[in-house]
Write a protein that binds this ligand. Structure first.
Ligand code: SAH
Length: 258
């Protein structure tokens, strides 16, 4: 029994933005050897069933309980993969597992745990557009589930002042439809109406849709929970072409920005 327990491992993996071709070979190999997959229901369903693999899908708000379950199964000697979309370290299960590890059983600290990187939504979206994050950028989660709105607004203002390009995760949900409208108002005020904004929806899935416009023309309804939103810095450029356009941020900046 002890020997078996020693053989357990936990891999915290990202499944990329959607398409199977964007799952890393390392994550696929871990899934091929796993006895258990743990995660939010829709992500767990992206892992095809096979004999010997138990899939544990759970609700969106169960992160800590799910992390504890994964650690417990690992301690029992199982080979567990915790899955997130994109990269597991970007607003996902990675931090939840370490939070559970820090607060949990001391013996868990000896477990064989590895984090496997994945292609985060901002990287997949950025690749579709060209290189909107080609120079300094920051990345903000617009959900106020786990932090107060005042902090989000402060970060938006300071990021605009620092003239970062910005990537926004979790822009808008049915549970909190007003927040994104407020975020757009703050950004319009701080960056001006001509600043490019990109709505990259369901990238690398059959429902993929990309829209480029300006803060002056942007409507809150252009984003939902499947959208990654990017706002350019003062230097971000748009290159028109027959179908769609490219967006990029040059590699050099001369002065104080906007
Ligand atoms: N760990 C994930 C992010 C989870 S937060 C990652 O690294 O990508 C969930 C948010 O990610 C969504 O609200 C959306 O803003 C973004 N997102 C995830 N997949 C996406 C996709 N295929 N296209 C566009 N945005 C996506």
């Amino acid at each position: 029994m002890r020997e078996t327990a020693m053989n357990g491992w936990l891999k915290i993996a990202g499944l990329g933005p959607g398409d199977a071709s964007l799952v890393t070979p390392e994550a696929s190999a871990a899934l091929a050897e796993a006895t258990d997959v743990v995660g939010y229901g829709p992500y767990v369903e992206r892992v095809p069933p096979r004999p010997g693999l138990t899939r544990h899908g759970s609700d969106n708000r169960e992160e800590i309980r799910r992390a504890e379950q994964a650690l417990r199964m690992t301690a029992e000697g199982r080979r567990v993969v915790v899955v997130s979309s994109g990269d597991p370290g970007v607003f996902a299960m990675g931090a939840a597992v370490f939070e559970a590890l820090e607060a949990g059983e001391p013996a868990w600290r000896a477990l064989d745990i590895q984090v496997l990187p994945g292609i985060s939504a901002m990287l997949a979206a950025s690749a579709r557009l060209g290189a909107p994050l080609g120079h300094d950028f920051c990345c903000i989660n617009l959900s106020d589930n786990l932090k107060p709105w005042a902090l989000i607004e402060k970060r938006l203002r300071l990021a605009a002042e620092a003239d970062f390009a910005m990537a926004f995760y979790n822009p808008r949900s049915r549970a909190r439809p007003a927040g994104f409208a407020r975020a757009l108002r703050v950004l319009r005020e701080a960056c001006g109406p001509g600043r490019p904004i990109v709505f990259a929806r369901a990238i690398a899935t059959p429902e993929e849709a990309v829209r480029v416009t300006t803060l002056g023309e942007a409507e809150p309804e252009m984003a939902d929970m499947r959208t990654l939103v990017m706002v350019g810095s003062s230097l971000t450029r748009r290159i028109a072409r027959e179908e769609g356009e490219w967006v990029y941020t040059p590699r050099s900046a001369s002065g104080a920005g906007s």
